[in-house]
Design a protein. Structure first.
Length: 153
């Protein structure tokens, strides 16, 4: 499968909706702290409904811990950002890839994107005045494309 990673998510309904999507698609969900909410918040549970028990969730203490894991285990990852230039459709995804999404208000750190420019992807938008897509929408779009390529759906 494909791993979905949320780095420092801030809005409970987004994370809940992504968890619900991950449950439906059988994709592990990784949450990198600090989180902008408690995992037992009613808004988070309402958005994920009763799907939380079906999601394989890993909570990481920090970005450093998570990226050290990726490096140590030699895991392939992609960073999703409006600041990237390569479209997610230009990538041939593989089983066990990690799709990394930043927080709603700031995205991923620019230093991380620069250090990993070849692994930085964007979702092209037709309206140049649009700042970004909702986090849950973006995660669903890219994850579904990866699963489609892997013939998982």
């Amino acid at each position: 499968m494909v791993n979905v990673v949320l780095v420092e998510p801030e809005i409970p309904p987004n994370t809940g909706n992504i968890a619900r999507f991950c449950a439906a698609m059988r994709c592990p969900l990784h949450l990198v702290q600090p989180l902008g909410f408690s995992l037992d918040e009613k808004h988070l549970k309402r958005a994920g409904m009763d799907y939380w028990k079906q999601v394989d969730v890993t909570v990481w203490n920090s970005s450093d811990e998570f990226f050290e894991f990726l490096d140590t285990e030699k895991k392939r990852f992609f960073l999703l950002s409006t600041k990237a230039s390569q479209s997610y459709t230009e990538v041939n995804f593989k089983i066990n890839d990690f799709l990394v999404f930043g927080r709603e208000t700031k995205g991923l750190p620019e230093s991380l994107l620069k250090a990993n420019s070849e692994q930085s992807l964007t979702i092209p938008m037709l309206n140049p005045e649009s700042r970004s897509l909702n986090l849950a929408s973006a995660a669903s779009i890219v994850t579904f494309e990866a699963l489609r390529q892997l013939k998982a759906v």
